[in-house]
Design a protein around this ligand. Structure first.
Ligand code: ADP
Ligand code: MG
Length: 342
């Protein structure tokens, strides 16, 4: 009998994860929440333990011709911490696994760990272990982070209710536009190595691509103001894709307003220069690592004056209808593109 072969692209990344999730069940009482959120939630008594892991691979995730190793180390930690932030948790420890080819020198590994160390210091996490192995070609860096949160304060993707206000931190689309600039300058340099890359005027958006920050500051601000979001996720794949995750898990519909979506001036101008609609960069760009969350309307007063939290819309009762009201006032159906690795 001929073996059946199905391409993974047929399912996509989310379909594949869904398939794995559906073929396992949780047997231990302590496994409170498994596959399907930014981190797993483990019941360890008084508090919840949070665990998340992220792998970065040379090629699909980064290009060492323009990514400094220090920044890569920093980013690898930051993206993990961001998943703990998305659970309203506090990161505590990381373990770091490396796959190295003989292209990498001791100095290169030192540079990578300098970045890891800077991030550990900034986010107050301890490096407590890992694994080191050889890799046939590129660099692989996989980090697992452990965090904790008080039980009633752990936030899942699934708690949003109808009329909850949709909030987003910082600004969106910058990391994606930064990547476009880096890719363009790489091509220019390849065709003419004499040309000095013109990066200075794009400093902010390039920084957003190379050295993103996890928004732990927002987690502390929310705690101080006694606000527990009803649902939360970090924006790694683009606003639209993450909105779909919150809506699907919470069984709600989305309504956002284009004019409320925060886009930095440099992101806006660079998008125009690249003939990309700025809102497309914000909706589908990815790698911003900002937080997207919902709050009960009764909490609005407490955070309405926060300089870095933006209120972009609300949840409604039709889980099949996800829309954006454009600046012209037209109703645009939202589409979740996200990243397609396969
Ligand atoms: P994030 O973008 O927040 O890092 P992902 O989209 O990578 O989240 O993962 C979504 C969920 O699927 C998480 O709960 C993650 O632990 C789980 N997951 C991803 N890949 C696998 C896998 N190969 N096996 C089991 N669970 C997975
Ligand atoms: Mg996440």
């Amino acid at each position: 009998m001929e073996q059946k072969r199905t391409e993974i692209a047929h399912l996509g990344e989310f379909g594949l994860i869904e398939r794995i999730k559906n073929s396992f069940s949780l047997a231990n009482d302590s496994s409170h929440h498994g596959i399907g959120d930014d981190a797993a939630v483990i019941n360890i008594g008084q508090e919840n333990l949070l665990i998340s892991t992220d792998m970065l691979i040379e090629g699909p995730h980064f290009d060492l011709s323009y990514v400094p190793l220090q920044h890569l180390g920093y980013k690898a930690v930051a993206v993990n911490v961001s998943d703990i932030a998305a659970m309203n948790g506090i990161p505590q420890q990381i373990v770091v696994s490396l796959g190295l080819s003989n292209r990498f020198s001791l100095e290169a590994v030192d540079a990578l760990y300098e970045g890891i160390k800077a991030a550990c210091k900034n986010y107050k996490v301890d490096l407590v272990g890992g694994d080191t192995t050889s890799s046939p070609t590129g660099l692989v860096i996989s980090i697992t982070v452990i965090g904790r949160s008080e039980k009633p304060k752990t936030v899942l993707r699934s708690g949003a209710k109808v009329n909850d206000i949709i909030c987003v931190t910082g600004d969106l689309g910058a990391a994606f536009m930064g990547l476009q600039v880096l890719e363009r300058e790489k091509q220019v340099f390849k065709s003419n190595p004499e040309m000095q890359p013109d990066l200075e005027k794009y400093e902010y958006i390039i920084g957003r691509q190379l050295k993103p920050e996890a928004r732990m500051d927002i987690i502390f601000d929310l705690a101080e103001k006694n606000v527990v979001p009803t649902s939360m996720i970090d924006i790694s794949d683009g606003l639209a894709s993450e909105l779909f995750h919150l809506a699907k898990n919470s069984n709600t519909g989305i309504k956002i307003f284009e004019e409320k979506v925060p886009v930095d001036t440099m992101t806006y101008e660079t998008a125009i220069e690249f003939k990309i609609d700025p809102i497309t960069a914000a909706l589908n760009g990815g790698e911003d690592y900002e937080l997207l969350f919902t709050i009960n309307p009764s909490d609005f007063e407490k955070i309405k004056n926060h300089a870095d939290i933006h209120f972009i819309g609300h949840m409604h009762d039709n889980p099949k209808q996800h829309v954006m009201i454009s600046k012209q006032g037209t109703v645009v159906p939202l589409q979740a593109q996200g990243w397609k690795h396969f």
